[in-house]
Design a protein around this ligand. Structure first.
Ligand code: SF4
Length: 194
């Protein structure tokens, strides 16, 4: 992981040392629990907001990912074509990419379908278990990839924060370390599944 130091040099040697860190959060194939844990930071969000601008997220109105973001938190695995296109674009426009939660880190719950074919998964969901209108959708729903994959199998990831969801203290720790230009070591707060 290289960017925290690089970002610190930019902020201390650049033209605007007081500029806030820009941050985004992205929701791929997850349950939103990791975002809920982020919000569970509670009043410490106000403290973070003094140093961080949330520029793109399901939690804010901006629908266009900016040209470059300092830190992006990724919730969820890469499970369909929309996820794939999104994570590639986000990686290209992010300095520090954080896999947040077990779904992003290992594929976790979305990965439970991986022993089965896409066809059998869709048939199970839309035909065998459907009470009415049994048919597999071919519009609106993005096509599934053959497997649900963790983010780092698609693009390079800088920081891994396991947990389902990660504890709010772990998320707060990681963000404050990144804001300070340090490399976080979240394993002291986290373990898989907790
Ligand atoms: S890691 Fe857990 S809480 Fe986070 S998106 Fe996956 S299932 Fe939900």
């Amino acid at each position: 992981m290289s960017d925290p130091v690089e970002r610190e040099e930019v902020s201390t040697n650049g033209t605007d040392a007081t500029a806030k860190v820009t941050m985004a959060t992205v929701w791929l194939d997850g349950c939103s629990g990791c975002h809920m844990s982020f919000l569970d930071i509670d009043e410490r969000l106000l403290e973070l907001a003094q140093h961080v601008d949330l520029v793109y997220s399901p939690l804010v109105d901006n629908k266009v990912f900016p040209d470059m973001v300092d830190v992006t938190l990724i919730e969820g695995a890469v499970s369909n074509e929309d996820d794939l296109n999104k994570i590639r674009k986000v990686r290209a426009h992010t300095r520090i990419l954080v896999s947040l939660g077990d779904c992003a880190v290992t594929a976790n719950v979305p990965g439970m379908r991986n022993p089965f074919s896409v066809e059998s998964v869709l048939a199970r969901a839309y035909i065998e278990n459907a009470q009415r209108s049994q048919q597999i959708p071919n519009q609106v729903i993005p096509p599934l990839l053959p497997k649900s994959q963790p983010v780092h199998e698609i693009v390079p990831v800088d920081v891994f924060v396991p947990g389902c969801p990660p504890h709010r203290d772990a998320i707060y720790y990681v963000l404050t370390e990144l804001v300070a230009g340090r490399t976080p070591e979240p394993q002291q707060f986290t373990r898989f599944g907790k």
